[in-house]
Design a protein around this ligand. Structure first.
Ligand code: ATP
Ligand code: MG
Length: 643
């Protein structure tokens, strides 16, 4: 008990010490000394954000351990950032474009004078991305600011214009911006112009406390009051101060708040265009109007806006918005299209929820497959399921060989992939609904059922609903049965891996002899045998390699594996995807009859009973619980092995 209290106390003390390390107060003169020692101190907003991002490390997606990812990015260099890695999945290209924007902007390129606009379908992660950037700002060290300035402004603004180039040389920094009306007034009246005495403090960013992070929600079109953006004249202060006295100003608009950091426009195009003019001057000239008759105010803020595509198209279509369009960097935020990554998104969201009930294997996979299928345009090159697997970096076996469809060409053909379809939110809702009805846990069967109900009840155009139902009732039904049969086989066949490996070795021995027209030496007896063609055929027919194509297939297998061995790579039954599939299917067919009998039997004799128990046991080892094992076995009995 006392120990724990001591632990709390230490934690609090340490945090306070860290905090105090960053609280500092001094005169402007002392501040100048600090800047001389560290010219990074007065960096501008975009550079600060860029720094926060890259600080957490940059990697290359090609260095991924997953061979699927390697395959997908073989001809393209995409950087990955530690800053985003545990939270965002499958949108690496988008993220690297985002970072590129901040990089150029941090170098004072044209981007620093442009609005970053995130456009994408609902639930694609726009708000979450911006929230991550804002947390990034909150994690950076507090900025130095003129004490008491409502905009936490950069103290270097105190330096009069005629001395700036000299100071720039001495400090090796770039100085831009002018004092806000309030600081200007205080400098003159409180400090008699002695700017070296003006106190400087450190100010941490906080979205919650409106420091360095300003947020503009969509405003009621009938009430587009710009005070939300630029602050206002505080009427109550007009009793004390004249209207021209800056002390009557309340510089608490989103731009004022976002100075030094970021200003976010939520659903930006829901606002009237007039309302957005301030945005243009703020980006292009880095000035915004001051409320009342107080001229302009310098702002340094990364302006980030977002909305969905329909609103963007409406806005873009209006010719009067042309000036605005020229000042926007559009960043498309599409849905993720990679199966493995979609599953990670659901895990992330489930971890955040209170959800603790069992999830049977493949449940999230089936839900993710549905989501991704809805996000793909039809293609003449591949059916939707094949496209899904190709986008995931999977090797797809077609007519006994790996599909040679080029992913880049697929992408070129369907540029709108990922810009429409079902969002992760929809899937999470389906999972919640399933749980409400099945407190024992969720599995691919009840989640698919719940998705079907949601799609039926959902507000979709008729043809979309029809397509979605086809995916759920047809493609995914089939896909799940395939997964399930493989699963049951693996649970059934004691040491599946070893058996597959043995089958593979045997196949290679006989194929080699067949191709080279030699004999096979029996591994046990040493006897020399003719290659067993009927055995070879029994494997090949599993993937529809029959008749004259067998010859070519065998040569391909040998050439492929030989190539790998020459490059010093290890080979096993998984090395050549078509052969792997054939072997797994062969094993499946060898136990199909037994699986059928064991799972279907209404009454089981002693031996069948013990086999059934073993099967359930093996499923438990594979991540099922008692309930879900029973459910999927029943499902297999009713759907897999038709009498
Ligand atoms: N690629 C992704 N990686 C990780 N999480 C994601 C991804 N896409 C969406 N999400 C998650 O899905 C949820 C919905 O995303 P978010 O609210 O950010 O979307 P949005 O684009 O702002 O949607 P809206 O247009 O409806 O405002 C969030 O919890 C988000 O983290
Ligand atoms: Mg949002």
């Amino acid at each position: 008990m006392n120990d724990e209290r001591a632990e709390f106390a230490t934690l609090i003390e340490e945090d306070r010490a860290r905090h105090e390390l960053h609280t500092w107060q001094g005169s402007f003169l002392e501040y100048l000394e600090r800047v001389r020692q560290d010219p990074q101190i007065p960096q501008l907003a975009h550079a600060r954000l860029y720094g926060a991002i890259v600080k957490q490390g940059i990697g290359d997606i090609g260095n991924n351990d997953d061979h699927r990812v390697k395959r997908l990015f073989i001809d393209e260099k995409v950087s990955v950032y530690g800053f985003f890695s545990n939270e965002f999945f499958g949108i690496e290209r988008t993220l690297s474009q985002l970072v590129r924007y901040f990089h150029s902007a941090s170098l004072h390129g044209e981007e620093s004078r442009q609005v970053l606009y995130l456009m994408g379908p609902v639930g694609a992660g726009k708000s979450s991305l911006i929230a991550r950037l804002q947390r990034g700002l909150e994690e950076t060290e507090p900025v130095y600011a003129i004490a008491g300035c409502p905009m936490a402004e950069e103290p270097l603004h105190l330096i009069p214009l005629h001395l700036r180039s000299e100071f720039e040389k001495m400090l090796e920094v770039h100085i831009e911006g002018e004092l806000c009306p309030i600081c200007r007034h205080r400098l003159k009246n409180e400090y008699n112009g002695r700017y070296e005495d003006v106190p400087v403090i450190r100010v941490p960013f906080s979205r919650h406390e409106r420091r360095g992070i300003g947020v503009v929600p969509p405003v009621d079109p009938n009430n587009q009051d710009t005070s939300v953006l630029i602050g206002s004249v505080d009427i109550s202060k007009l009793d004390t101060f004249s209207e021209t006295d800056p002390r009557a100003l309340d510089l608490n608009g989103a731009f004022n708040v976002g100075n030094r950091g970021m200003t976010e426009f939520i659903e930006v195009f829901k606002n009237e265009p007039e309302y957005l003019h301030t945005m243009i001057t703020a980006t292009q000239e880095k000035f915004i109007p001051a409320p009342g008759r107080h001229g302009t105010v310098y702002v340094d803020t990364a302006i980030v806006a977002h909305s969905n595509e329909a609103e963007w198209n409406r806005f873009k279509g209006d010719p009067t918005n042309e000036a605005f369009l020229d000042r926007i960097v559009v960043l498309k935020v599409p849905y993720n299209l990679r199966l493995t990554e979609e599953i990670k998104i659901y895990h992330k969201l489930l971890d955040k929820s209170e959800f603790r009930e069992p999830i049977a294997p493949h449940t999230l996979e089936i839900a993710a497959m549905f989501a991704i299928l809805t996000r793909l345009e039809p293609s003449s090159k591949a059916d939707p399921m094949t496209k899904l697997h190709l986008y995931n970096g999977d090797e797809v076996v077609e007519k006994g060989t790996t599909s040679k469809i080029n992913i880049r060409e697929l992408e070129e053909e369907s540029r709108r992939d990922g810009m429409f379809g079902i969002s992760p939110r929809f899937i999470m809702k389906a999972i919640d609904n399933t749980l409400a009805e099945h407190p024992l846990g969720i599995n691919p069967i009840n989640v698919r059922e719940s998705l079907i109900n949601m799609v039926k009840a959902g507000d979709f155009p008729d043809d979309t609903r029809k397509r979605y139902l086809e995916f759920l009732q047809d493609s995914l039904h089939k896909a799940y049965l395939e997964i399930l049969e493989k699963e049951i086989t693996k649970a059934f066949v004691y040491s599946f891996e070893e058996q597959a490996e043995a089958l593979y070795q045997n196949y290679l021995d006989h194929t080699e002899a067949y191709v080279n027209k030699t004999r096979v030496k029996d591994r046990n007896t040493g006897e020399e045998l003719q290659p067993d063609e009927s055995f070879l055929k029994s494997v090949e027919e599993q993937i529809a390699v029959v008749g004259s194509s067998a010859q070519g297939f065998r040569q391909e297998v040998m050439a492929y594996l030989w190539g790998k061995i020459r490059r010093g790579e290890k080979v096993n039954y998984r090395s050549y995807e078509p052969l792997k599939e054939a072997i797994e299917k062969k094993l499946m067919s060898s136990v199909r009859e037994m699986s059928r009998i064991i799972t279907k039997a209404r009454t089981r004799d002693e031996e069948q009973m013990s086999k059934y128990r073993d099967l359930v046991g093996a499923l438990l080892e594979r991540g099922y619980d008692d309930h879900s094992a029973e459910v999927v076995l029943k499902y297999a009995a009713n759907n897999l092995w038709k009498d």
